[in-house]
Design a protein around this ligand. Structure first.
Ligand code: ZN
Length: 303
């Protein structure tokens, strides 16, 4: 089969105004949001709240462009597979550039060419199993003839996949996004909360180590201040001191909600809806980006 994209695949944030879907999110988009700006669509020029745009993309039921691809955590790769009459076709997504350790979120196959009423082949599998188990990287198909079939039919392939992150601080966020993408909404809550707790502790540790020994700082953050107090007032005070923009209310409020939800899920196994899991993922993404953008904090200039 022939791959038609770059090995890394692509991600895209759909514009909710013009429906274009080829503008990936950048760190600059988050920086502009935290500084009070609006996201501007490079195609239609519409200005939108990045917070609302990302929440809409994550909550969208778009199967070809799921939220994980929209926010850049997962990628899409395309290719073409040729089905031939009476021949086994092997689809190895590695040929599309999908890394061996990637988790496949979805594979979509569409026969192309010829008219609706022309004979062609469609991909058929002889053994079928639909479970939450990971989708294998190698899939086998036979060309099943429709309307008399044809000797060969091109089938376009789209594969959405998530590769493991190389950044240990991103692992909890990636886990939350992966759980949400698999429909495991309850399993998304704790890693979403941990993603921000972990990064926040890392930023505060780097800051306070300027003033106290490592052991004293670790004890302070683990036993002296809860996550709630770390988030408010410790973080605003520290960020104000270094000239970073304030964490916007919609993000801070949703992070407080996430903390409460995390406790209810962890201690009472409370149920989680898709909307709540989407809120959790978006709050974690913005919370993480805020901390990643403005911390670890720059060392103060010497007097
Ligand atoms: Zn647009």
């Amino acid at each position: 089969m022939a791959a038609t994209t770059t090995p890394a695949g692509f991600s895209a944030m759909p514009c909710s105004s013009c429906n274009c879907s080829s503008a990936p999110l950048t760190v600059a988009d988050f920086d502009a949001f935290f500084r009070g700006g609006l996201w501007c669509c490079r195609f239609c020029g519409q200005t939108l709240s990045l917070w609302r745009l990302v929440r809409a993309a994550v909550g969208s039921a778009h199967t070809l462009l799921p939220g994980a691809v929209a926010i850049g955590a997962a990628r899409s790769s395309f290719g073409t597979m040729v089905l031939k009459r009476d021949e086994l076709a092997v689809l190895d997504v590695g040929s599309l550039g999908v890394p061996p350790d990637a988790k496949i979120l979805g594979v979509f196959l569409t026969p192309v060419g010829g008219g609706e009423n022309d004979g062609h082949l469609v991909p058929a599998i002889t053994a079928q199993s639909f479970t939450r188990a990971p989708v294998p990287h190698q899939l086998h198909f036979h060309g099943y003839p429709i309307l008399g079939g044809s000797d060969a039919t091109d089938v376009s392939v789209l594969c959405n996949w998530m590769a493991p992150t190389g950044d240990p601080e991103l692992v909890p966020l990636w886990s939350a996004i992966e759980a949400y993408s698999s429909g495991a909404y309850q399993e998304a809550i704790v890693p979403a909360a941990v993603a921000v707790e972990y990064k926040l502790a890392s930023v505060l540790r780097a800051y306070f180590k300027q003033f106290a020994g490592e052991g004293r700082v670790d004890d302070f953050l683990q036993n002296g201040v809860t996550f709630s107090y770390q988030l408010n007032p410790l973080l605003p005070a520290v960020m104000h001191g270094v000239g970073a923009p304030k964490l916007r209310d919609e993000v801070a409020n949703k992070l407080s909600w996430l903390r409460g939800k995390r406790n209810k899920v962890a201690h009472k196994h409370e149920a989680v809806t898709q909307d709540e899991a989407a809120d959790a993922v978006v709050a974690a993404l913005f919370g993480y980006q805020y901390l990643a953008l403005y911390g670890p904090l720059p060392a103060k200039a010497s007097p």
